[in-house]
Design a protein around this ligand. Structure first.
Ligand code: ADP
Ligand code: MG
Length: 256
């Protein structure tokens, strides 16, 4: 069974312990929302899982499909079927969205089979069209230079398209908590909803309690002070929408 299992994960950033023992299991086919106030370590969890060098794992373990992943390079984790949507994607002048996606697919194919000659162009075009239709995207998008002059929403669309094309088994989507991004959240949620099914699982990280307006998670987890303190179903997100995060701070103290 394809599952991401996180056990007692401790992570330091620049010498400070940010994650203080996170436990979480995400199976293929399940959508998990990770919520919590700003500064509680949600992004730290996403970066540590994908192997960002500034995030030092000091204790604990993460496995994917039974194999340890924390020793692997980020691209190796990706080839296994994990996907991390970057909060701030970079512009690549001169490279179209389509070319970028084809390169990404070919890297995955080559990792699975060193003899692979790359996806044939007609097959790629057909698949790209299908995926763009699924996401209700204008086909002209594929011909634009990646992230060059993209609006915030268009960057999100590029990210979601990348996910739809790479078809990860588990995607980790981290949303910024700064202004503007209810719109981004909507774009990402629609993408997740379109991909939803037995072959796709996701960890959707968000500050917004209103996530239920966009996506129906199977599980909701709340992080506080570097730990997952509450887990439940969609009713937990409703409770947060009604009551905010203050009751959690009272229940678990200012710095657990
Ligand atoms: P969240 O995503 O829940 O808002 P983060 O994981 O971004 O929280 O941050 C958790 C804590 O780690 C915050 O106190 C933040 O200031 C600190 N932190 C995050 N990244 C860095 C960094 N690169 N350098 C120093 N401190 C960091
Ligand atoms: Mg964050």
């Amino acid at each position: 069974m394809s599952e991401l299992v996180i056990k007692n994960l401790h992570v330091h950033v620049e010498g400070t312990e940010i994650l203080k023992g996170v436990d979480l299991t995400v199976r293929k086919g399940e959508i998990h929302a990770i919520m919590g106030p700003n500064g509680t370590g949600k992004s730290t969890l996403a970066y540590a899982l994908m192997g960002h060098p500034n995030y030092e794992v000091t204790e604990g373990e993460a496995t994917f499909k039974g194999g340890r992943i924390l020793e692997l390079a980020p691209d190796e984790r990706s080839h296994l079927g994990l996907y991390l949507a970057f909060q701030y994607p970079v512009a690549i002048p001169g490279v179209t969205v389509a070319n970028f996606l084809r390169t990404a697919i070919n890297a995955h194919r080559k990792a699975a089979d060193p003899e692979d000659k790359g996806i044939p162009i007609p097959e790629f075009r057909k698949m790209l069209k299908e995926r763009m239709n699924l996401l209700k995207m204008d086909h002209s998008f594929a011909g634009r230079y990646l992230n060059e002059g993209f609006s915030g929403g268009e960057k999100k669309r590029a990210e979601v398209l990348q996910m739809a094309v790479l078809k990860p088994e588990i995607a980790i989507l981290d949303e910024t908590d700064s202004g503007l991004d209810i719109d981004a959240l909507r774009i990402v949620s629609e993408g997740v909803n379109a991909l939803r099914g037995g072959d796709f699982g996701a960890m959707v990280i968000t500050h917004y309690q209103r996530i239920l307006n966009y996506i129906q998670p199977d599980f909701v987890h709340v992080m506080l002070h570097g730990r997952v303190v509450e887990s439940g179903g969609p009713e937990l997100a409703l409770l947060l929408e009604e009551q905010g995060y203050d009751w959690l701070r009272e229940k678990y103290g200012e710095a657990a």
